[in-house]
Structure formats: structure tokens, C-alpha cells
Design a protein around this ligand. Structure first.
Ligand SMILES: C[S@@+](CC[C@H](N)C(=O)[O-])C[C@H]1O[C@@H](n2cnc3c(N)ncnc32)[C@H](O)[C@@H]1O
Length: 291
């Protein structure tokens, strides 16, 4: 086991999922420990969750990144920053993350400012955002962002990874930008892992009845099953059994205004990308209780 203790500075911390990955490296013996020196978050529920999940004091929260002064930051080996994606995501208005536009996503540039202000720069930085950041629309801004990091002395490695390639049965493509200060330290993204894990490998076996939308089958026509919602006869679901068996999108409901939200997903496939505004109405999974 390596004796390495990694110190971590977290920005846009949310619930701190990358920090969880570092904890996993610790439990698997790759590092001796990881110590969170500070985090930065403004959402009160996220702060509560972050402290509970990582078992740390809320005093370590530096709050709004805009108010942080780089010269006051303690040295950390790694900075983590999954900066806001609302203005980059194809699910939003795509206002972009230009530094002058002051969108929520342009807050990512605050980390560049802090890198210019700190006494000792972190050896490693991991930025994360939605795949759409690599689209033509945002190419120039992303190039400027990368150029600033190169000017600060970092070597960059970047790639879009899909969670389905790493044993998580959810279609979730994310752009990762890894910046390393030591030019001699080469980095390779992990190769995809072949696996057969699908949503039903992760679903709870016992689920409270209140979470089910229906169990009222009404008819079967040409390998299609029709159900009605347990609380409303007006809401109906159509499930294509062949598609269910193949995994993926296997049906629709008739009540959703938007095509995307009307989709039903087979438990034998991958879950869709979950968004901040997901509700039971736009992420519906078809499960077969008679297996
Ligand atoms: C995309 S999420 C990051 C999620 C995080 N990587 C995780 O694992 O949960 C962006 C986070 O940035 C936070 N945020 C937004 N504006 C901020 C600001 N000015 N200062 C600090 N955090 C901010 C949001 O509350 C949100 O939790």
C-alpha cells in the first residue's frame, strides 16, 4: 500500500462525488488517505449532504467561489471542479460560459483566477462538465479555458467518458479535463470496462407499492402491453415487449407533453441521463415482477 496522503480542494462541491472516488482509492489501497482541506458550495442542502457524506465540518466550506481569495487557500495536491453546466447543457438555453457573459457556467473561470492567485498551485486539477461543452458552439470558449491552464504551466488531458463503460448502467456522458503541473507525469484515461451490468442489477428487489405507477394491465395487442395508471384511467402506458427484452426505450405514456418525458425505459437496459428537474413523470422504468 502506498503511503501517499492526498490533500483535496473542492469547488462547486455539490455532494462531492469525485471525493467519493478518492475515498474508494483509499479503500482499495492505492492511497493511504485523502484529506479534504476545503470545499466551496452555496446550496444549503448540498452543504449539509456534503458534510454528512464526507464526515467533515461545515466550517471547511468557503462558500461562494467569487468571494474566495486565492492567497488565503491552503495548498492542496488536487483541485476538483465540476462547474455549473446549466448554460452549457443541451437541456438548457445554452447561454455559454464566456467569461464576460457572467452566466452560472462562467463561474468555472473563477478557478482559473484562483490558480493565478495561490501561493503554490495544485499538482492536479480535475474539471468535469457535460459533453456539450465540446460542441462547436462552445469550442472557442473551451479553447480559451484550456489555453489559460497551459499558460499557468499545466499539461492537459481530456476526454468524454460514458458511465456505461465504467460499470454504471446509466447513459451519462461527461467531459473530463485533467490538468497536471508536472510535464513528465503522463496520464491515460481508464480503458472502458466490458460489463453486462444493467439497471435491474441495481434496482431494489423490494419496492414500496407507492413508487409503482401501475399494475393494471388492460390488454395485449401484437406483443404490446397496455396499462393504465393506478390513480387515473386517463393516463395510459404502452409497452413493447420485444423492446423491453432488448433493453432501452420500450414504450411511452400518453400524458406527457414532451416526447422525451413520455419514454419508458426497460429495466434490462441502461437508465437515461438524470437531470436536475427529473421527476417520476419523466423517468419511468418498466419492471417485470413475474420473473
Ligand atoms: C454541477 S454541480 C457539481 C456537482 C458535484 N461535482 C457533485 O459531485 O455533486 C455545481 C455545483 O456548484 C454549486 N455552485 C453554484 N454556484 C456556486 C458558487 N458561486 N460558489 C460555489 N458553488 C456554487 C451549485 O450549488 C452546485 O452544487
Amino acid at each position: 500500500m502506498t503511503n501517499k496522503i492526498i490533500t483535496v480542494g473542492s469547488f462547486f462541491s455539490g455532494i462531492g462525488s469525485p471525493e467519493k472516488a478518492l475515498e474508494r482509492l483509499k479503500s482499495e489501497g492505492f492511497i493511504k488517505d485523502c484529506v479534504i482541506k476545503f470545499f466551496s458550495e452555496i446550496d444549503k442542502n448540498a452543504i449539509k449532504s456534503y458534510c454528512a457524506i464526507h464526515n467533515i465540518d461545515k466550517k471547511l466550506n468557503l462558500g461562494n467561489i467569487v468571494d474566495i481569495k486565492g492567497e488565503n487557500l491552503p495548498y492542496c495536491d488536487i483541485w476538483i471542479g465540476g462547474f455549473p453546466c446549466q448554460d452549457i447543457s443541451s437541456a438548457g438555453k445554452m447561454k455559454g460560459f464566456d467569461i464576460i457573459n457572467s452566466t452560472r457556467s462562467s463561474l468555472g473561470w473563477e478557478m482559473i483566477r484562483l490558480l493565478g492567485e495561490v501561493k503554490i498551485k495544485p499538482k492536479y486539477i480535475i474539471f468535469e462538465n457535460v459533453k456539450n461543452i465540446t460542441s462547436k458552439r462552445f469550442k472557442n470558449t473551451l479553447n480559451l479555458f484550456k489555453k489559460d491552464l497551459i499558460d499557468l504551466g499545466y499539461t492537459l488531458y481530456y476526454k468524454v467518458l460514458n458511465a456505461t463503460d465504467y460499470e454504471i448502467p446509466q447513459t451519462r456522458e461527461r467531459y473530463f479535463l485533467v490538468a497536471i503541473l508536472d510535464k513528465n507525469h503522463k496520464f491515460e484515461f481508464p480503458k472502458p470496462i466490458n460489463n453486462n451490468l444493467r439497471m435491474n442489477d441495481f434496482l431494489d428487489k423490494k419496492v414500496d407499492e407507492k413508487y409503482y405507477l401501475t399494475n393494471k394491465e388492460i390488454k395485449m395487442i401484437n406483443n404490446k402491453l397496455f396499462f393504465k395508471n393506478k390513480n387515473s384511467d386517463d393516463i395510459r402506458y404502452e409497452v413493447d415487449l420485444d423492446k423491453y427484452k432488448r433493453g432501452g426505450i420500450c414504450g411511452t405514456d400518453n400524458c406527457c407533453k414532451f416526447h422525451q418525458s413520455s419514454r419508458l425505459f426497460s429495466e434490462l437496459g441502461y437508465a437515461p441521463t438524470l437531470m436536475a428537474n427529473n421527476t417520476a413523470y419523466n423517468c419511468k422504468i418498466v419492471v417485470n415482477e413475474e420473473k
